[in-house]
Design a protein around this ligand. Structure first.
Ligand SMILES: [Mg+2]
Length: 190
């Protein structure tokens, strides 16, 4: 079984910009490619897991999300960085588009996307890490049995305050994805 780092998209891999439907709105964080390269060099899978309720809300189409993800992978590849897999959840219980207007076991804070990735890629979740900027990312990672890292990019600083407010914790709080990956790699090797 392989280890993985699961990473959220908006606010973790790319700038948080609300609902993003086209690649022109995407700004990949400058440290993201290096984080992915370090994982690949160690044989660790990088798996993006993102809630895209914009589909259920009628803001983006499935095709737009998939096109954007293909462009994201191409942009990363131009920087010698790769995602082993991308999962997204288009559902939302209060969506307007009938076929997507329901809850889903894939929607974070539920761990469905991580569990599916584990089955698809033969991942050892107990030896894996979930990185994100929201409480729902941490909850999904914990529910899947992974270690969790909160990053201070995106909504992360607000989330850090929420952790204190609600008496919750992450296994790690890092400034960004690269720092989280670097600290985690040092830990698993040390
Ligand atoms: Mg996020």
């Amino acid at each position: 079984m392989k280890r993985a780092v699961f990473l959220d998209r908006d606010g973790t891999l790319i700038q948080e910009r609300g609902y993003i439907c086209s690649f022109q709105q995407v700004e990949i964080f400058p440290f993201a490619a290096e984080a992915l390269r370090r994982l690949r060099a160690k044989g660790i899978c990088a798996v993006m897991v993102t809630n895209q309720s914009a589909v259920a809300r009628g803001i983006c189409s499935l095709e737009e999300v998939e096109t954007l993800h293909n462009q994201l992978q191409s942009a990363l590849a131009a920087d010698s960085a790769f995602l082993d897999a991308l999962y997204y959840c288009p559902f939302h219980p209060r969506g307007k588009v009938v076929e997507f207007a329901k809850d889903s076991p894939w929607r974070k804070p539920a761990p469905g996307m991580l569990l599916q990735a584990s089955a698809d890629l033969n991942l050892d979740l107990s030896q894996s890490l979930m990185v994100g900027d929201k409480l729902s990312d941490l909850a999904a990672g914990k529910a899947a049995g992974c270690r969790t890292a909160l990053v201070r990019t995106g909504c992360g600083c607000k989330t850090e305050n929420e952790l204190l407010e609600y008496g919750l914790s992450a296994d790690m709080i890092a400034d960004n994805l690269l720092q989280a990956v670097t600290i985690w790699l040092d830990g698993v090797e040390g």
